[in-house]
Design a protein around this ligand. Structure first.
Ligand code: SF4
Ligand code: SF4
Length: 206
């Protein structure tokens, strides 16, 4: 009697067995003609519809639209995971209480936090330093899920994470609190440690 693993192996072999192509398929010309036909249909249909829309005809039938990225960007679904940000309190200090849960749970080990004592005993700690290496991040969202303070989110709608160097993918605490504040050419302030007053000053300076 065939065991489960034998059946599985048989199915895998069957799935990988190459089908023999007929001579008609091997000359590839029908496939090329088919591809050209599909492209041409879309091209002429869109050209016709765009011209017709110009003169007020067939406006209910949509034509294909090319988005001129990066000058134009399509809005994405709000639940899409995009670049991280750290949430602020009203005075500009981080909402993060330095509990280290996100650093611990992160499967890529790309979060680095240095907590500091907070003068308010009800807050206990704050993140003096918070760095995230996007070059290692796998966008799993565990850091967001695990945070007890809703202090980190992945909702910036920023997808432009390409960089010329690994340092360009590094998010320091200032960039995390104020997404987009660092220019592409500026080096990150890796492991910078800030006092509460520094965060307040940053918020006031905009
Ligand atoms: S999204 Fe995942 S991999 Fe990226 S920082 Fe958060 S926990 Fe780590
Ligand atoms: S889980 Fe939240 S509160 Fe805890 S260190 Fe991470 S961001 Fe800060």
């Amino acid at each position: 009697m065939a065991t489960l693993s034998d059946q599985l192996l048989h199915r895998i072999r069957e799935a990988h067995r190459r089908r023999t192509l007929s001579w008609w398929e091997r000359i590839y010309l029908p496939a090329i003609a088919q591809g050209l036909w599909v492209t041409s249909v879309h091209f002429w249909r869109n050209l016709f519809l765009h011209l017709a829309h110009r003169v007020g005809l067939f406006r209910r039938i949509p034509a294909a639209v090319t988005v001129q990225y990066p000058d134009e960007q399509r809005p994405t679904a709000p639940r899409l995971r995009t670049r991280h940000r750290l949430m602020q309190r009203e005075d500009g200090t981080p909402r993060c209480v330095g509990c280290m849960l996100c650093e611990t749970v992160c499967p890529a080990k790309c979060i680095y936090i240095v907590p500091g004592e907070h003068p308010d005993p009800s807050v206990e700690k704050y993140a003096r330093s918070f760095d995230l290496d996007l070059g290692k991040c796998v966008y799993c969202g565990y850091c967001v899920e695990v945070c007890p303070e809703d202090a980190i989110r992945m909702d910036t709608q920023r997808h432009d994470i390409a960089a010329f160097s690994r340092d360009g993918m590094w998010l320091d605490i200032i960039e995390l609190l104020h997404p987009g504040s660092r220019k592409h050419t500026d080096p990150p302030k890796k492991f910078i440690q800030l006092e509460l007053e520094d965060f307040r000053r940053l918020k006031q300076s905009g």
